[in-house]
Design a protein around this ligand. Structure first.
Ligand SMILES: Cc1ncc(COP(=O)(O)O)c(C=O)c1O
Length: 312
């Protein structure tokens, strides 16, 4: 299959991702994403030792870019990576978007690994970093009709981030094999996605999304100290809801709060907002009107809603 010229991915390799790097040569360069760029002993590959961000782009505008860059910096600190040159990374993100053919929606990913193995098993001290921009999947059906989710035990208590920070809960690390395994388990159970529960029975997040529920008049998401990733999309939704005068709350959400929820949504940067239409096989009402408002709110720029939502 010949790749469509309008959806050709863009790769920008960042040569100076670290704040302390000596200023010589270009900060980043565009290279062919189809040719090999990363060494076989890069610790990002051999150990999943690194961090990333996925940034939604609508109509050429990167959504919540500053919160994404701030989270990348926090993840770097949690992994004891060198301090990143956020200005260079920001410029590389803009360069990738500018170099991509215009598209209604793009997904831009920023990766920073611990770098090549070098003389020490902890790495050479020079991270490998790159930005990749490509068109994402078409999420129209999920956004409109919702998804089926199952609850799965993550196996950690809700206070794991506080008691065991070395488990890196709350950092956006490259070690997503577990998250993908959970999604395959969801598939085996006839569902599309997962809501993780803590071992002590609290709802947490999806493998790649934040959880938002409506209990009565309140919109709730799990507390950010419960080992979840601080979601940029969820934060934007809460700002939008607060602007409407709605009540929002970061709190411990019990398994029964989740099952009693009037509505459930999963929020993430590429897929944006999807309603959950079934949880563990039990139907959950989908509020299309609210979903459409949330989608418009997170897009922040004129955005073509899927056909089934556009009249809302
Ligand atoms: C574990 C996890 N939680 C939440 C999110 C949602 O975060 P954001 O809205 O910033 O994409 C993600 C995003 O990929 C994630 O991987």
């Amino acid at each position: 299959v010949t790749p469509d010229a309008t959806s050709r991915p863009v790769l920008i390799m960042i040569r100076r991702a670290v704040a302390a790097a000596a200023p010589s040569g270009p900060r980043f360069e565009r290279l062919d994403p189809r040719s090999p760029q990363i060494g076989v002993l890069d610790l990002g590959i051999t150990r999943g030792d690194g961090i990333f961000e996925s940034i939604g782009v609508i109509g050429g505008v990167a959504l919540e870019l500053e919160p994404h860059l701030a989270r990348l910096g926090r993840s770097a600190a949690m992994l004891d990576l060198p301090q990143l040159d956020i200005d260079t990374i920001r410029a590389a993100v803009h360069a990738a978007i500018d170099a991509h053919e215009p598209a209604p929606e793009l997904l831009v990913k920023v990766f920073v690994t611990r770098g090549p193995e070098g003389n020490s098993t902890e790495g050479s001290g020079t991270p490998t970093a790159w930005v990749h921009a490509a068109e994402g999947p078409d999420y129209a059906a999920e956004r409109t009709h919702g998804i089926r989710a199952v609850t799965l035990d993550r196996g950690y208590r809700r206070d794991v981030a506080v008691t065991s920070p070395w488990l890196l809960q709350g950092a956006k690390t490259l070690s997503y094999a577990v998250n993908r395994a959970a999604l395959r388990e969801a598939g085996r159970r006839g569902a599309d996605d997962v809501v993780f529960l803590s071992s002590d029975g609290f709802a947490l997040e999806g493998p790649a999304s934040s959880l938002i529920i409506r209990n009565g008049a309140r919109f709730r998401t799990p507390r950010l100290d419960s080992g979840v990733l601080a979601g940029t999309t969820q934060a934007t939704v809460f700002r939008m809801l607060e602007g409407e005068g709605q009540t929002t709350e970061y709190s411990h959400i019990t398994d029964s709060d989740l099952r009693r929820a009037a509505n459930i949504w999963l929020a993430s940067s590429g897929r944006l907002i999807v309603p959950v239409r079934a949880l563990d096989g039990v139907e959950v009402p989908v509020d299309r009107e609210m979903t459409a408002r949330m989608l418009r709110g997170v897009a922040g720029v004129p955005f073509a809603l899927p056909v089934g939502l556009e009249r809302h």
